[in-house]
Design a protein around this ligand. Structure first.
Ligand code: UDX
Ligand code: ADP
Length: 462
């Protein structure tokens, strides 16, 4: 029990994933007087957090973890004991889209959350603040408060919403310098007292004017709306990219000029093969489902179209490849450069690469996937088609003998490869389909490639 008296507060996070792990590591670093523990049901995950090979790849994360692990940051599988000993519990378990029953394919699957709530009741013997970190449908906090406070031990649980806005690949920077921290609570005495405790944690390093408070429903809805707005910008610019390819306009020029309007702003306007990641699609579908539940059909259709355009963009990319390569990719070797859903992460959840590769396989292409971080996940995502795809760490080897390269992830490394050498080893005519607008199109064209960028006229010799 030495640790209990040594620290001013015991903070627990249930769920050692992409959100829980990095967030708690930074809280531990910035708040040395608090004991921060992260628990998970997955033993392998916890073992990885305790090692130098963390379960997620995130620039700068290992450095932070190493500074605090064993001092005031602990990873454990002892869930009940840690629940009992903590005053503040962040819940960051997974909330995937439901795959069964009512709302399947859209609504959030809350079974992990509800199980956590029941674990909390079972193990607790004192009042606690429970904080939703996972993205949840609006009004989940109320449902959770009802379940938690139905306990027969007379314990009070105050449920708050503190959505996480970090993006993968930049998690540490986003946590150090967040645009804002949002804390939603009930607006009565108990709610405000709990809220103040959470404000205190973040105030260790976040300027007070960036710590925003609201009611619980606004905080829950803000998370869904923020992701929906970001995804909507990408789908909007992607619709314009399709038009650019028909009209000799250049989507990069259009987005630069649009983005200079201070009312619009210049971020999240990069046309691409499509957005991926664990949040955007899931959160939009969640929003759509909530709207449908309340009979807001038009609102639901509006947000659903953001996902529909993303699927169109992914499909269009492969259709274009096939069309440009003389209407068939069958038996052609296609090198897919990048499998992660974006650069600087090994995460492949909802990656456009999954759809691109599967569509190419349907067209009977022989696909070679290369990626500096995501090959283990890629193998898992494609486990049912492993006989039709090869994995190759070295992009030069991946491209050797290929008819085409498709750039699907914007890894910096793909900008600076020796494309002369790559071209020399490829089948001719050689094609480059740049789904991320990162390679030097003119230079590749001069080397001899037929270059097909997103949202720009192609540069072709054939
Ligand atoms: C997102 C939100 O940014 C973050 O605030 C939230 O907490 C979780 O969801 P993340 O999914 O990690 O973060 O990545 P993000 O950087 O938002 O990129 C999402 C996808 O959009 C990626 O596939 C990315 O390549 C793509 N994208 C992004 C574009 O295609 N164009 C852009 O201009 C920006
Ligand atoms: P996110 O991206 O939201 O962080 P992840 O899937 O990366 O989501 O992480 C969620 C983590 O929550 C997983 O490691 C999973 O094992 C863990 N988890 C799920 N249910 C429970 C539970 N009842 N108790 C503890 N951990 C849980």
């Amino acid at each position: 029990m030495a640790t209990q008296t040594q620290f001013k507060k015991n903070i627990l996070c249930i769920g050692a994933g992409y959100v829980g792990g990095p967030t708690m590591a930074v809280i531990a670093l910035k708040c040395p007087e608090y004991k921060v523990t992260v628990v998970d049901i997955n033993k392998d995950r916890i073992a990885a957090w305790q090692s130098d090979t963390l379960p997620i790849y995130e620039p700068g994360l290992l450095d932070v973890v190493k500074q605090v692990r064993g001092k005031n940051l602990f990873f454990s599988t002892e869930i009940d004991k840690n629940i009992r000993e903590s005053e503040v519990i962040f819940v960051s378990v997974n909330t995937p889209t439901k795959t069964f029953g009512e709302g399947a394919g859209k609504a959030a699957d809350l079974q992990y959350w509800e199980k956590t709530a029941r674990d909390i009741i079972k193990a607790s013997d004192s009042d606690k603040i429970i904080i939703e970190k996972s993205t949840l449908p609006v009004r989940t906090a109320q449902a959770m408060a009802t379940i938690l406070n139905a306990n027969e031990k007379g314990i009070h649980f105050e449920v708050l919403s503190n959505p996480e806005f970090l993006a993968e690949g930049t998690a540490i920077k986003d946590l150090y310098e967040p645009d804002r921290v949002l804390i939603g609570s009930r607006e009565n005495d108990k709610g405000i007292r709990a809220r103040d405790q959470i404000v205190d944690i973040y105030a260790h390093w976040v300027p007070k004017d960036k710590i925003v408070t609201s009611n619980v429903w606004s905080a829950e809805l803000t998370k869904l709306a923020a992701n929906a707005f970001l995804a909507q910008r990408i789908s909007s610019i992607n619709t314009i990219s399709a038009l650019c390819e028909k009209t000799e306009a250049n989507v990069n020029e259009v987005s630069r000029a649009i983005g200079m309007d201070a009312r619009i702003g210049n971020r999240f306007l990069k046309a691409s093969v499509g957005f991926g990641g664990s949040c955007f699609k899931k959160d939009i579908l969640n929003l759509v489902y909530i709207c449908e539940t309340y009979g807001l059909t038009e609102v639901a259709r509006y947000w659903e179209s953001v996902v529909a355009i993303n699927e169109y963009q992914e499909r269009r990319f492969v259709q274009n490849m096939s069309r440009m390569m003389f209407n068939t990719v069958a038996r052609k070797r296609i090198a897919v450069f990048g499998f992660a859903f974006k650069a600087d992460t090994g995460d492949t959840r909802e990656s456009p690469a999954i759809h691109v590769v599967r569509q190419l396989i349907d067209e009977r292409a022989h696909v070679v996937v290369t990626d500096p971080e995501a090959l283990p996940n890629a193998r898992h995502d494609l486990k049912d088609v492993l006989d039709k795809v090869t994995f190759e760490e070295d992009p030069y080897k991946a491209a050797a003998g290929a008819h085409a390269i498709a750039v699907v992830t914007e890894w910096e490394l793909y900008r600076s490869l020796d494309y002369k050498k790559i071209f020399a080893a490829m089948e001719k005519p050689a094609f480059m389909f740049d789904g991320r607008g990162i390679v030097d199109h003119q230079k590749l064209y001069e080397i001899g490639f037929n270059v097909f960028p997103i949202g720009k006229m192609p540069l072709k010799h054939v």
